[in-house]
Structure formats: structure tokens, C-alpha cells
Design a protein around this ligand. Structure first.
Ligand code: CUA
Length: 155
């Protein structure tokens, strides 16, 4: 079989790009420590009602301008459904699910994390601009999936 010169060139370029991407991926994850927001700990989804901090979902002030939002996802709502913080607040979201896998995406931000039963997810974001930010479930979770929403209100 004779491989055309151009085909050969494309194969070489393709293979070289793969190597470049693998190196970039390894460098950013290992050397720079950049990861997707994800699992930080485990929790028993059946015992959320008695397991802190999930026994009291809600927003708490933890410092001058830092807040912690503990959110439980369940079919088909977020608890609490409304998160209220002042502008400039740095909010750490601590999340889990009571039943099936849900998604947690806050519109117009980079907050995008899975709510997985049994796992605790964590991500931090600073809300600089006042306004209402829609929270949507972006993982199909059953008949009421498209009604599952909440909001962050930045005052
Ligand atoms: Cu919860 Cu889709």
C-alpha cells in the first residue's frame, strides 16, 4: 500500500498535535494544579438530614466578604432555592445530591459542577456584578428535570 505524501504529512501533523495536547494537559493538571471542580469528600446520601453541613442547607457568612452556600439537590429542586449574597462576595458552594445525579450550573459564571449522591462537591466563585443569576440543573434527572432551577441574588 502506498501512502500519499499529503496523507503522510497530515498523519504526522495529527500525531504531533496529540503529543502537544497531552503535554499541555499533563503540565496544567500536574504542574499548575488546574482541575475541574469535583469530589472533595464522601457523604451518606440517606443520612443528609443528620449530617452537617447538609442538615442545614443555606448561606452562611464565614469572613469579611466570604460566604459558604450549602446546597442539596433533589428531584426536582435545589435546597435552598435562593442564595442571597452582597456584590463582591466570594462564595464557596458545598454540594451534594439526596437522590439521583443532578447538575449545578450558575448562568453567566463558570460554576458548573455535578451533584452526585454520596459525593461532596466544592467550588468557589466571586460574584462581582449585582443581579439575578439563574441556577439550572444540567443533568437529566427525570420527569421534572426542566423545572429544576434556583437563583443566586447578588445585591
Ligand atoms: Cu436535576 Cu436535572
Amino acid at each position: 500500500m502506498r501512502v500519499h505524501t499529503y496523507e503522510k504529512a497530515f498523519l504526522i501533523v495529527g500525531a504531533a498535535l496529540l503529543v502537544v495536547f497531552m503535554i499541555a494537559l499533563t503540565y496544567t493538571s500536574v504542574a499548575m494544579g488546574i482541575h475541574l471542580p469535583g469530589k472533595v469528600a464522601m457523604v451518606d446520601p440517606a443520612a443528609l438530614a443528620t449530617t452537617p453541613p447538609f442538615d442545614q442547607p443555606g448561606v452562611r457568612q464565614t469572613g469579611d466578604n466570604t460566604y459558604e452556600a450549602v446546597v442539596v439537590g433533589q428531584a426536582w429542586q435545589f435546597l435552598p432555592g435562593e442564595i442571597r449574597v452582597p456584590a463582591g462576595a466570594e462564595v464557596t458552594f458545598i454540594l451534594t445530591s439526596r437522590d439521583v445525579i443532578h447538575g449545578f450550573h450558575v448562568e453567566r459564571t463558570r460554576i458548573n459542577i455535578m451533584m452526585i449522591p454520596g459525593q461532596i462537591g466544592k467550588t468557589t466563585y466571586t460574584f462581582k456584578t449585582p443581579g439575578e443569576y439563574l441556577i439550572i440543573c444540567h443533568e437529566y434527572c427525570g420527569a421534572g428535570h426542566h423545572f429544576m432551577f434556583g437563583k443566586v441574588i447578588v445585591e
